[in-house]
Design a binder for this molecule. Structure first.
Ligand code: ATP
Ligand code: MG
Length: 305
């Protein structure tokens, strides 16, 4: 691991992954509670209030509220179709909410232009990797970094001193991310030729190149084997601890969830089921029922009914 501190060195809020040292009383939430999963005395980086989106007849997200505290790993869980990715798409401004508010560091995001999201300090990875397959790892990261640029069109066109400095700074920052995530070996490789597990790390790297304050990870372990999932857990912990970046994650692998999350919010059919420490949420009767329901559904499908 490189000198990660040069990438970002912000003080982080503590909190063990098992939730020890956390006040849990302020996170218990049931459908209809407002605000749910509140930040209590801690500082909220992201506030989601009564968020709702309807697609035709489908209420994909229904009255969801939670806060993500600065420096924590906050995880959304829930069966397929629960509305988790839709929450990410609402925060990223890919979708307009039907109702509700989202704010980030006190700025209202609800009607912000989608291109402002990265410059405000929010980056994300996707459930299905989204990279330029026929470009190298380095180029993908430089493109990712581009969303962070502060120079204007004229400055870029004439490659002025300011643009040149920005370019050098971008390259330096990208090289630090490559080192941080141990991608040196793949630096000049085309993404299309890389194993799936490496591509997941490249996507993570691209998000880090924007120097986010909040990183949204949509199923970081999907498609990874056990060993790669363990590595991913280490990366997430390092991103939080060494870089001080707050993480909002969607994840199905409960071992990974328990290992890295401070708090968890469970959703089902667009609604909040429960919130609390990983252990509290896993033991919540409504969560167990929702998952057993989905297991039953899967077995029904397998029987071909
Ligand atoms: N653009 C859209 N148009 C219509 N329906 C949508 C759209 N996006 C999501 N949905 C619907 O919203 C619901 C929630 O979908 P979402 O992708 O958020 O679930 P998820 O919790 O991420 O599930 P998974 O674990 O399978 O990824 C689903 O019923 C889905 O079909
Ligand atoms: Mg999803």
């Amino acid at each position: 691991m490189s000198e990660a501190g040069t990438l970002r060195a912000e003080p982080i809020a503590g909190g063990a992954a098992d939730g020890s040292g956390m006040a849990t009383g302020d996170v218990a939430a049931r459908p209809g509670d407002h605000p749910a999963a509140g930040a209590g005395p801690h500082e909220a980086l992201l506030c989601v209030r009564n968020l709702t989106v309807r697609f035709g007849g489908v209420l994909a997200v229904n009255n969801v509220s939670f806060d993500v505290r600065r420096g924590e790993v906050f995880t959304l869980i829930g069966p397929n179709g629960a509305g988790k990715t839709t929450v990410f798409n609402l925060i990223s401004r890919i979708y307009n909410p039907t109702a509700g508010e989202i704010s980030f560091e006190g700025h209202a995001l609800t009607h912000a232009a989608p291109h402002r999201i990265a410059s405000l300090g929010i980056a994300r990875t996707f459930q299905n990797i989204e990279l330029f397959e026929h470009a190298t790892v380095l180029h993908n990261l430089l493109i990712g970094r581009h969303t962070h640029r502060r120079t204007g069109l004229w400055s870029d066109l004439f490659f002025t001193g300011r643009a040149r400095r920005a370019e050098l700074e971008a390259r330096e920052q990208v090289e630090q991310v490559i080192e941080f995530l141990d991608l040196q070996h793949h630096r000049d490789a085309l993404v299309a030729g890389l194993p799936y597990g490496v591509r997941k790390v490249v996507e993570l790297a691209r998000a880090l190149c924007t120097e986010p304050k909040l990183l949204l990870l949509d199923e970081p372990s999907s498609g990874l084997n056990v060993e790669e999932t363990e590595d991913m857990a280490f990366w997430i912990q390092d991103i939080r601890t060494d870089l001080g970046i707050t993480v909002l994650m969607v994840e199905h692998d409960m071992t990974l969830v328990s290992k890295v999350s401070d708090r968890v919010l469970a959703m089902n059919q667009g609604e909040v089921l429960a919130a609390g420490t990983p252990r509290e949420v896993q033991n919540h009767p409504g969560v167990i029922e929702a998952y057993l329901g989905s297991v039953e559904d899967v077995s029904t499908l397998r029987r071909g009914r």
